[in-house]
Ligand binder design. Sequence first.
Ligand code: ZN
Length: 145
Amino acid sequence: MRSVRPEIAEMLRDGLTNVQIARHLHAGPKTVAAARAALGMPPSKTGRPPEPSIAGSLAARSRDVGDGHREWTGAVNRGCPVMRIHGVRTTAYRAAWISVHGRPPVGYVAPGCGRPRCVAPAHMDDQLAREHHRRTYNAVFGGSR
Ligand SMILES: [Zn+2]
């Protein structure tokens, strides 16, 4: 029988998943799975951790900079914050938009607050939102439509 690292055995008994244990102990998931089998325990039910929510992914890759703005700290491509949603590459602006509106944006999405790389979901404007703002502005202050 293969020897099992005591800390792996302990965490398995605590009910942690293979992935959680592997991550915590910097071990390979296969090592943990083998340890689980060696101890006669059933295979981990959740092979992979649940997909983080879009809002959660955004929050993890940005920081609160006050006044409701959130500065992007994740990956940037040509000056634009980028991330993946369910494996698909997209801009963080678009992800932020979807996280609050639940529908795809019309046209491109950009922070309407004017702060570069702000990904606060409430600050995202798509084409329709910009047109709406323009109409509202013109209705209040006058101007061409
Ligand atoms: Zn902002």
